[in-house]
Design a binder for this molecule. Structure first.
Ligand SMILES: Cc1cc2nc3c(=O)[nH]c(=O)nc-3n(C[C@H](O)[C@H](O)[C@H](O)COP(=O)(O)OP(=O)(O)OC[C@H]3O[C@@H](n4cnc5c(N)ncnc54)[C@H](O)[C@@H]3O)c2cc1C
Length: 494
């Protein structure tokens, strides 16, 4: 992490008497007090941030969450809410100075209702995303939130980060899946709008305040989420392409060619692919390089239809094949393979989803979760590469991302042979150059991962004074004591 001055956070201790009151609310099973048990909850997924907490509290119901929050509120104890702890911005990791609690939602993993005809599911915040995807599928429905961490992230965390993932270009991000929420406010009150209503214009739509708030405005305990009809005819393809511009052109043409059925369009640079094949066991190159062809960029795309493939007629795969054959003739695609089975499709997805795991194991690197208008991505990629090289010649471009959403994890690897310590010295200057460029392109310095602790200073640098003041007013109105995930997103004091 670049040097961030820790924010001032409330540091009232959890006294032995308070610990007993917490125990009275959640029972022995709901408390982790031992340092070894606490450690995974105060360390981030990448193992780069480590914080502190007096105790991890694991309530089993909304009422227990409310009682814990009220107790903390009355005694000025700070709370860090946590789901699956897969967030990449340190939002779920307490600061080192934190003396309060981590409130883990992991035991609240019940499904309250599946309304298949109404296309909704009502669930507790601690349900693991993959479990909910499977549940939807069992009811012939699709929960179209899919990301590499789906086996461990939780729906409450997805809502709190407004997670994106690989199908946003067709279904929208998590915000678009939510009909109703139940939230425990920072004073312990329960705000209940757990409604499956598509239309509800009764004043401010407050649920959107809590979605993407990274736990700074309250604790999401339940949600009514929308599900879609389950696709019956899916074509997945892996493409080698000559340039980022080719990717943007292909995407634009794919919409019409697929009759608006493009559900994923992901890009990977060759260098990041090589990292996956080296560090993620079981991954294999669907289009191995030859001495005559080594494409710089690759696309994983999926077209999906809810109509089963008509017998003897053209389905998604045939339509995609025709489109890709034409694109190859025009030089937009250099090589392509369409998955012939679900297993082949899964194998392609494992490569894309393996990127985060590979970067955890690889040498020194830096990545920016950014977005600009999709049509501006090619110019941005070139300009960013030049800007980074001006700071550090030899730095190696290696982005991956949801190019269909204009969202790249715009990454660079350190020059060959450079140590982590040396590379770290260049990071602040590279970050300033890239984030200035994102601003100049009218983009966002955080497309889907949020702000957490990592981008605290970057948000303060780039948000307008009016934006920051408005955010601080909302935070102060709902959490005047600054106890709910303090020092995340915005600095309230100090
Ligand atoms: C391999 C990998 C791939 C990933 N791919 C993507 C991707 O494609 N798209 C994407 O958007 N993200 C991605 N992420 C990031 C991460 O998975 C998402 O941000 C996810 O939504 C976090 O969910 P979580 O349950 O792990 O939340 P946590 O990490 O536990 O928490 C995230 C934030 O939400 C708060 N929070 C958690 N639960 C609650 C709650 N119930 N109420 C209030 N606040 C709460 C926390 O305090 C924290 O600020 C990826 C991460 C990994 C490790």
């Amino acid at each position: 992490m670049d040097q961030i001055v820790p924010p001032t956070i409330p540091t009232n201790p959890v006294t032995p008497a308070l610990m007993e009151q917490l125990r009275a609310i959640v029972g022995d099973r709901g408390l982790l007090e031992n340092a070894l048990d606490i450690r995974p909850f105060v360390t981030d997924w990448r193992g780069q941030l480590a914080g502190n907490a007096a105790v991890v509290v694991r309530p089993n119901s909304t009422e227990e969450v409310a009682a814990v929050v009220k107790l903390c509120h009355d005694h000025d104890i700070a709370i860090v809410p946590q789901g699956g702890n897969t967030g990449l911005m340190g939002g779920a990791t307490p600061w080192p100075a934190h003396t309060g609690i981590v409130l883990s939602l992991g035991r609240m993993n019940r499904v309250i209702e599946v309304d298949a005809p109404g296309h909704t599911m009502t669930v507790e915040a601690g349900c693991v995303l993959q479990t909910l995807q499977q549940l939807a599928s069992d009811h012939d429905r699709l929960l179209p939130l899919s990301l590499g961490a789906q086996g461990s992230c939780m729906i409450g965390g997805n809502l709190s980060t407004n997670a994106g993932g690989a199908q946003v270009l067709h279904y929208g991000n998590t915000r678009n899946f939510v009909l109703g929420l139940e939230v425990v406010l920072p004073n312990g009150d329960i705000w209940n709008r757990l409604r499956a209503l598509k239309k509800d214009n009764t004043g401010y739509d407050l649920k959107h305040l809590f979605i993407g708030a990274e736990g700074t405005l309250g604790i999401i305990t339940k949600a009514v989420i929308k599900v879609w009809p389950k696709p019956k005819d899916i074509a997945t393809a892996w493409l080698a392409i000559p340039s980022v511009q080719a990717a943007v052109d292909l995407l634009a043409e794919s919409h019409a060619a697929s009759e608006d059925s493009v559900t994923s369009f992901e890009i990977m640079h060759r260098l990041s692919l090589d990292g996956v094949f080296t560090y993620v066991p079981g991954t294999q190159d669907p289009l191995p390089q030859t001495k005559d062809r080594a494409s710089p960029w690759y696309i994983l795309t999926e077209w999906s239809s809810t109509r089963p493939k008509p017998a003897g007629a053209e389905g998604m795969a045939e339509r995609m094949e025709t489109f890709l054959a034409d694109a190859m003739e025009r030089g937009l695609v250099e090589d392509a393979t369409i998955a012939q089975s679900e297993a082949q499709s899964r194998a392609m997805w494992a490569i894309r989803e393996g990127h985060a795991e590979a970067s955890r194991s690889e040498g020194p690197a830096i990545s920016y979760d950014m977005s600009v208008a999709t049509s501006k991505i090619p110019a941005f990629v070139d300009a960013g590469n030049e800007a980074a090289k001006a700071v550090l010649p030899g730095i190696r471009l290696s982005p991956v991302g949801h190019i269909g959403d204009g969202n790249l994890h715009y990454g660079f690897k350190a020059p060959e042979g450079m140590t982590r310590e040396t590379f770290t010295q260049y990071k602040p200057a590279i970050t300033r150059a890239i984030n200035d460029l994102i601003r100049d392109f009218g983009g966002s310095i955080s497309a889907e991962h949020g702000i957490g602790q990592e981008k605290l200073d970057e948000l303060a640098h780039y948000a307008s004074p009016v934006e920051l003041a408005t955010m601080k007013s909302i935070k102060a109105a709902l959490d005047p004591k600054n106890l709910m995930n303090p020092g995340k997103i915005i600095r309230m004091a100090g």
